[in-house]
Design a protein around this ligand. Structure first.
Ligand code: CP
Length: 292
């Protein structure tokens, strides 16, 4: 299958190549695909992934077909496979899909156009991880030996799961922290206040209330006090250390509002980098090109 479904399918060399290409695109290298059409299919809500993919398509001078599941034949029972097969048949060159089901792409064996995964259930968010890695590379110029702690609702986070796997492969030391109820043992656990003082990167996560089967065992106020990025905690971080967050952010829950836009925060830089990463991934899917 063409496209990008998970980072596990990519070698470290290919991931570094994509990041370097995105950095070149950010420096101004230009590509143009005026005869290509890319459809964006978002079955789950999104702001960053949806619209940064669309900005990337426009920056590449390709055309966007924005699929709206609510007014499509999905509402008449058409399957995901038949929806994508239809887009392929009418001449779409690639599709971006976000879906609530883990590994939805397993239903799409037999599709011949590239599929770019915009997030599946709790499992994968490959372009988010790539933009996180680009932001880290931009900051530190390397991955090997960097210490990161991912903090919060690990169990429900496709970002955490994707990042833990690839960051380990890149030689980073990956830790997790937050409430025990969200610990799925996907990496070594560390107390949050210890992580604050030791890490190069603290990556905060949103509490994904919409995915919870049971109510969280503490109030939002208690969560913020015990596991939130507060000004006091931010001031205890190493001088060179940075704060990341895939967003959307819940100001006052996992992060205090003034920390979100503090000099240590790279949250909005991550979003900017997302456009270049998605341009690189689309270019690779359309014609295998990873240079201008
Ligand atoms: N980070 C991220 O995936 O955000 P959206 O849900 O807004 O796309």
């Amino acid at each position: 299958m063409k496209g990008l479904l998970t980072l596990k399918q990519l070698s470290v060399e290919k991931i570094l190549e994509l990041i370097h290409f995105a950095e070149d695109l950010k420096k101004g290298c230009r590509l143009s695909y005026p005869n290509k059409k890319v459809a964006t299919l978002f079955f789950e809500n999104s702001t960053r992934t949806h619209y940064s993919f669309q900005c990337a398509i426009l920056n590449l001078e390709a055309k966007i077909l924005d699929f709206d599941a609510k007014v499509s034949s999905v509402s008449k029972g058409e399957s995901l496979y038949d929806t994508v097969k239809t887009l392929e048949a009418i001449g779409v060159d690639a599709v971006v899909i976000r879906h609530q089901e883990d590994e939805y792409f397993k239903q799409l064996e037999g599709i011949n156009i590239p599929i770019l995964n915009g997030g599946d259930g709790k499992s994968n968010h490959p372009t988010q991880s790539l933009l996180d890695l680009m932001t880290i590379h931009e900051e530190f110029g390397k991955f090997e030996g960097l210490k990161i702690c991912i903090v919060g609702d690990i169990a429900h986070s496709r970002v955490a799961h994707t990042n833990i796997e690839i960051m380990r492969r890149l030689g980073m030391e990956v830790y997790i922290s937050g409430p025990e109820e969200f610990n799925d043992n996907s990496a070594e656990w560390i107390p949050f206040d210890e992580a604050i003082e030791k890490m190069d990167i603290i990556m905060m996560l949103r509490v994904q209330f919409e995915r919870h089967q049971e109510k969280m065992k503490m109030s939002i106020e208690e969560y913020h006090k015990k596991y939130g990025m507060t000004e006091e905690r931010m001031n205890k971080m190493k001088e060179h250390a940075i704060i990341m967050h895939p967003a959307p952010i819940n100001r006052g829950v996992e992060i205090a509002s003034n920390c979100a836009e503090a000099p240590k925060s790279r949250i909005f830089a991550q979003m900017t980098n997302g456009v270049y990463i998605r341009m690189a991934v689309i270019s690779q899917a359309l014609d295998g090109k990873l240079s201008c």
